[in-house]
Design a protein around this ligand. Structure first.
Ligand code: F0G
Length: 457
């Protein structure tokens, strides 16, 4: 059979609430044209993020009841620890409430004034935790990876030459670790090849620098390696994932992505001394080392999710369904970051709305239009999020790209939901010439995309 179906049947459902266009006009206006301000009940299809939005399996819900809520030595923690050790091979598994908590602990220890942390592309929270520590976060993405129009199998790869240069200039005194984010969320969810992972490790280790993986979407990355990298077609995806981790000295993980849970994360590593320091911080900020900010039932569901995410039928459906959305939008002429990524499709709003200049926020205008048109919530990743406006001097610095992310929650929406999204975006594309830009009425001093108030021009 050619058709790939959802590899699950539905046991428990949650109703969607339909709204009409005049209602959505009012809702959006009241929200200051900021989709973060909309009540989730007023959203029909929510593609704001793939983080913490997965549907858990009957097995995971059953596991929640069995979760052991003991303060110390919880059986559920030991189950998670065993699964993570088996998968990653790391010696120390330190649970945290989510990914950024693991980042905070890690960079609290190895960051600090004068330190430099390179990555293919840092995710925002990773960058923020590095910068808050006083260190510098550096992205080393090659130009061909960053170009939305080129095709390529592994556009998430780090620029190895640039990494070698950076290490030559600064050495291990200033580079406490190197990092790779798999898949590369901030570069449209593009995967990183096994070769790039192995060589990043080699280049780092040659200079005595430890190498860490930001493993949030490790399973999706492993599946891309199986599909695209010569030599891996017959390798079980679990073995591919194990090989990825085998080159690293540690990882940070948000279980809210490829852990298939609504909350959870961990820091895993081999260095005994570093692990001891991390646990010391953990007890102060997250909790005792066998629960780290999580309930026993969270730990149990996480342990099971890490198993389920590596099922090949699941990954085949997962990657195929995101690609399906990307292919259909491309067929309609909608410009997207090519090729489709693992967890999301990124619409190139700058190319979609060429008549709207960056300082009038084409991504924000498009995201609002998708909500008005069909109740779809997406996320602007462009000059609202990364641009800088200095109203005192009247200057504006745009983001590198004007994107709108359609992130697909795991196991939540069916093919008909995705067909609806395709039809809605196709409609908006037909009337793109009528869409106007936005201006900012009010913005907070930091992270303005969360709370800024806009008005249509
Ligand atoms: N690293 C990557 C690559 C991420 O995508 C995220 C979260 C984190 C770390 C932080 O994990 O949320 O558990 O603290 N990304 C979400 C997103 C928020 O929408 O892309 P967290």
């Amino acid at each position: 059979m050619k058709i790939i179906i959802e590899p699950f049947k539905i046991k428990s459902v949650e109703p969607l609430r339909f709204t009409r266009r005049p209602q959505r006009d009012k809702i959006l206006k009241a929200a200051g044209y900021n989709l973060f301000n909309i009540h989730a009940d007023d959203v029909l299809i929510d593609l704001l993020t793939d983080s913490g939005t997965a549907a858990m399996s009957a097995r995971q819900w059953g596991g929640m009841i069995e979760g052991d809520e003991s303060y110390a030595g919880s059986r559920s923690f030991h189950q998670l620890e065993e699964n993570v050790k088996e998968l990653t091979g790391f010696q120390h598994i330190i649970p945290t409430h989510q990914g950024r908590a693991a980042e905070k602990i890690l960079f609290n220890i190895v960051g600090g004034e004068g330190q430099i942390i390179p990555n293919n592309t840092h995710f925002d929270t990773t960058r923020a935790n590095i910068e808050v520590s006083g260190a510098e976060a550096i992205d080393l993405l090659p130009p061909e990876g960053a170009d939305p129009r080129t095709t390529g199998n592994f556009k998430g790869n780090i620029d190895l030459k640039a990494l070698e240069d950076l290490i030559r200039r600064h050495g291990r005194e200033r580079i406490p670790l190197t990092m790779l984010t798999v898949t590369n969320n901030s570069n449209a969810g593009q995967p990183v090849s096994m070769e790039n992972i192995r060589k990043t490790a080699e280049v780092s280790h040659r200079s005595g620098i430890p190498f860490f993986i930001d493993a949030c979407r490790f399973a999706e990355n492993a599946y891309f390696i199986k599909l695209r990298e010569p030599g891996y077609q017959k390798t079980p995806v679990r073995d591919i994932a194990k090989e990825m981790f085998s080159y690293a000295d540690g990882c940070t993980m948000s279980g809210k992505k490829d852990g298939l849970v609504n909350m959870g994360g961990f820091l895993a590593l081999n260095d005994d001394d570093l692990a001891q320091q991390a646990r010391n911080i953990l007890v102060v900020t997250e909790g005792f080392p066998t629960y780290g900010g999580l309930a026993g039932h969270d730990l149990q569901a996480f342990a099971l999710g890490l198993d389920e995410v590596l099922e090949e039928d699941y990954l085949k459906y997962r990657i195929r369904s995101v690609t399906y959305l990307g292919e259909h939008l491309t067929d309609l002429g909608v410009p997207i970051f090519q090729p489709p990524g693992g967890h999301a499709i990124y619409i190139d709003a700058g190319a979609f709305l060429p008549h709207i200049p960056a300082h009038e926020f084409p991504g924000q205008a498009l995201a609002c239009e998708l909500y008005l048109g069909g109740g779809i919530r997406s996320c602007e990743i462009g000059s609202v999020m990364f641009g800088k406006t200095d109203s005192a001097n009247g200057t504006f610095e745009p983001a590198r790209l004007e994107m709108v992310r359609l992130a697909i929650p795991r196991r939540v929406y069916t093919k008909s939901h995705i067909d609806y999204v395709i039809e809605c975006i196709g409609d908006v594309y037909q009337r793109r010439d009528e869409i106007r830009g936005m201006r900012i009425v009010h913005e907070p001093p930091v992270l303005r995309h969360f709370t800024a108030v806009f008005a249509p021009l």
